[in-house]
Each structure stands twice: as structure tokens, then as C-alpha cells.
Write a protein of this length. Structure first.
Length: 440
């Protein structure tokens, strides 16, 4: 769809200050580093016009320009359609508590990265959980995610969720949905902001490769009751990873489509996992992970009926959302009260425990972790033209410092990740491929 816009030729642009010029694959990218925005120019003449526009009105720049009208049209279109002057950005929301309420689980899924199963001997009590939630609320935050293990195995779950809801917390519950009675669902539904239920197969047979045999129908019933109780509901699908997955992409997509059609008009969605982690009985090399990702992206595209591979990038770019961090520095508490700076608690170290440290100490340490992991403190990211477009990616995966850090006060030396030109090129390719889709 073509759109037109009237522009005052006496307008003088005020461009962002930090601009980097990148010549790549016959294109010229003018990148506004601080706003994660860019212009894609086709030739050196267009770059000259852009230079003139920095110092002159549009009319003056065009009069001074020796190029053709097509070059003028492209440069002005890029500037206007990208809102290149606009320096307002959206930063990632901060402040979320992820509470792993128990390690107990009624299933033994092979891909479980939490290795959930038996209840820990020293799991936090009801009153300890309430004290934590009260302190979290008192510090002005509202987002709470509860998971496990399987959180519904705790007999006090309803009491805890009611307490959280009564204190203004927005509770998202992650569950396998297997052992829930209608009475429990009806009681907890008004207290939930959102629920995510895992179903990892499109049939009983496929689901049983991961989940308990006979659970498929039970869980679908739980989904139905939550949806019709008005709870925003998300189905998370992480299929069993084997050599035949790529042959079943249509079945998974059709399963999602059928649920979407059934619950049309409700707040409901299906999310297909594209990144597989090592778990209880699983260990994957990079080639298998990539094969899984491609298969699940095909499922996702079939489910939506279009290629959504770049939708997240396009949406963020349109909104000028900058990536200054991953979720590192968020507040994560495990079933034994240990506190972590990331919800991916497997393989990293806790920096506190709610039983031995005050919430003030925990919160202040979390803020230090968040600040230290900000992209502006990391090498070579803080010197990169893609700083806020790339964001440095997962801190515990790409920055060894953050995987083992328990003291965020005394940092000796630089915090650095390995990065090469191929990583940067992958982003330049993405920027070029999606360029016109960013237009507003």
C-alpha cells in the first residue's frame, strides 16, 4: 500500500548526533546508534544529499544537490518513513520476579532443563513466600511469574496466588495443567493475570514422548476451562526433538490452528518453542539445535499463514525499542530461597538467599547486576554501531563474567564477549532485508 505525505520544503532536519556509515553489499547504511534506527541509501550520491540535509533546509539541500529526482525521493522517503529525527526510544521494561515455587513435579519430561522431580528438603514456606511478595510489592513492582517444578503440586498455591493478587501483583502461572480439578481452576482463575500451559504434542502419542501418558486429554480440558473462565491463556509447545520432527511440521501447525479457531474471540494464543535447551535426558550439538529451530520456525509460519521470522525485529524497529540488556538483573528466586540475576538458574550461581539476606540487600544487588550488564558497560558492544540493535544477546551465554558472578561491586578489568564480523554482517543482512517493512 502506497502512502503520500506533504512535506514543507523549508523544513530543516535535526538528526540524531551519533551516526555511523556502513557500506555493505552495495548499500549504504546510515545508522543512528543511540536510537537503533537506520537509513538504507542506494549510492554515494544519496549519501551526499543526506550530508547536505544535515546543514540545510530540504529546499536548499535539493538546490545544491547535483543528483537526480529518484535519489532525492529515496533519501526523503527513508528519513520520513523511519521517523529518523525522532530520538525518543522505548527501553525494555524492568522489574519482574520469577519464583520457582518448588522443585517437585508430577512429570519427568526428558527435556526438562530444571531437572525437576523430587521436592527439595528445604523449600521456602508459605510465610516466607508471602514475606518475599510483600517486600517485592513494597518496592513498587507488580509483575510476578510462578513456576516450578510443577507449582500446582504445592498445596498452598491458591493461598499464595490469592495473597499476591490481593497485593496488586499480576500473576502469570506456568503449569503442565495435568492435575487440576475444575474446582481449583474456577477458584484460581479470577486471581490470574495470565496462564501458560505446556502441551508438547499434537496427539496423545506425540505428547507422551515428553509428558505423562494419558495427560493429553486432561490438559486440553484444563485449557478449555481456563479460556472460558476468561483467563488470558497461552499454550507452550516444545515437541520432542528427534530426526522425524521435520516430517511432522504440518501436524503441529494444524494442531495450533484448530485451537486458535476453537478459541477465536478469547484471549488465547499458541507459542511454539524454537530454541531447545539441554535437559534431563537431552544434550544437543549446534547442528541439531539449528535443525530444530528451522523445523519449529516452519511450524510457526504455517500456523500464522505467513513468514513471521522477522516480525519481532520489525516490530521492535518500528517502535524504536532499544536493546540495552537481556533480562539479566531481574529477580529470580528458587525453591530453596536462593536468589539469581537471571531466570536461567541452571549453571549459574546465586548471589543471596531470602532466608539470610534482607530484601533491601537483594534488591540493591539486583540493580547493580542490571546496571553492570547494561550494554554500555560491555566490550566490544559499547563501541559498536549495532549496540542497541543487537543488544549483546544473552549475558550468561556470551559473557563468561555474568555466569559465575556473585559480587557486582568490585569488577577487575573489562567485561567482554567474543564477536566477529560475521555476527555483525548477519544484522546488516537483516536490516537490509526488512528495510521497507520498517516504514511507518
Amino acid at each position: 500500500m502506497k502512502r503520500t505525505k506533504s512535506i514543507n520544503l523549508d523544513k530543516k532536519y535535526s538528526f540524531p548526533k551519533r551516526l555511523e556509515i556502513v557500506r555493505y553489499k552495495g548499500k549504504i547504511l546510515v545508522i543512528s546508534v543511540e536510537t537503533a534506527c537506520w537509513l538504507m541509501l542506494e549510492n554515494e550520491e544519496q549519501l551526499k544529499l543526506f550530508g547536505l540535509l544535515k546543514e540545510n533546509t530540504i529546499r536548499q539541500a535539493v538546490d545544491l544537490f547535483a543528483g537526480n529526482e529518484a535519489d532525492v525521493a529515496n533519501v526523503i522517503t527513508e528519513i520520513e518513513a523511519k521517523h529518523f529525527e525522532d530520538t525518543a526510544v522505548i527501553r525494555q521494561p524492568k522489574g519482574n520476579l520469577h519464583l520457582y515455587l518448588t522443585n517437585n513435579c508430577n512429570m519427568r519430561c526428558p527435556h526438562c532443563y530444571m531437572f525437576a522431580g523430587e521436592k527439595l528438603k528445604n523449600e521456602i514456606t508459605t510465610e516466607e513466600v508471602k514475606s518475599l511478595l510483600q517486600s517485592y510489592h513494597d518496592y513498587g513492582h507488580t509483575e510476578l511469574t510462578i513456576s516450578g517444578g510443577e507449582a500446582t503440586t504445592r498445596k498452598d498455591l491458591l493461598e499464595i496466588v490469592a495473597f499476591a493478587h490481593g497485593n496488586g501483583l499480576k500473576v502469570k502461572l506456568l503449569t503442565n495443567g495435568y492435575m487440576l480439578t475444575d474446582e481449583f481452576i474456577d477458584s484460581i482463575s479470577p486471581l490470574l493475570h495470565q496462564i501458560q500451559i505446556s502441551i508438547d504434542g499434537y496427539s496423545e502419542e506425540e505428547n507422551a514422548k515428553v509428558r505423562n501418558k494419558g495427560s493429553f486429554t486432561n490438559v486440553l480440558h484444563s485449557v478449555d476451562r481456563f479460556v472460558k473462565n476468561g483467563v488470558p491463556t497461552e499454550i507452550a509447545v516444545t515437541p520432542y526433538c528427534d530426526e522425524t520432527l521435520c516430517e511432522r511440521v504440518h501436524e503441529y501447525a494444524n494442531f495450533g490452528k484448530a485451537l486458535k479457531a476453537k478459541y477465536a474471540g478469547y484471549n488465547f494464543k499458541v507459542k511454539f518453542t524454537t530454541g531447545i535447551l539441554d535437559g534431563r535426558e537431552t544434550n544437543f550439538n549446534d547442528a541439531i539445535r539449528e535443525k530444530y529451530r528451522k523445523a519449529m520456525m516452519e511450524v510457526t509460519n504455517l500456523y500464522y499463514g505467513k513468514d513471521v521470522s522477522y516480525d519481532s525485529f520489525i516490530g521492535s524497529s518500528r517502535r524504536k525499542r532499544i536493546y540495552d540488556n537481556c533480562s539479566y538483573g531481574g529477580l529470580t528466586v528458587s525453591a530453596n530461597g536462593d536468589v539469581y540475576a537471571c531466570s536461567r538458574i541452571w549453571g549459574i550461581k546465586p548471589y543471596a538467599n531470602i532466608r539470610t539476606h534482607s530484601f533491601e540487600y537483594i534488591w540493591e544487588t539486583a540493580k547493580k547486576a542490571e546496571k553492570l550488564s547494561d550494554i554500555r558497560n560491555l566490550k566490544p558492544c559499547n563501541e559498536c554501531d549495532l549496540m542497541y540493535i543487537c543488544g549483546g544477546n544473552c549475558r550468561i551465554k556470551y559473557f563468561p563474567f555474568f555466569k559465575n558472578c556473585t559480587d557486582y561491586n568490585n569488577v577487575d578489568g573489562e567485561i567482554r564477549r567474543d564477536c566477529d564480523q560475521s555476527i555483525k554482517n548477519s544484522f546488516y543482512d537483516l536490516m537490509i532485508k526488512t528495510n521497507k517493512q520498517i516504514y511507518q
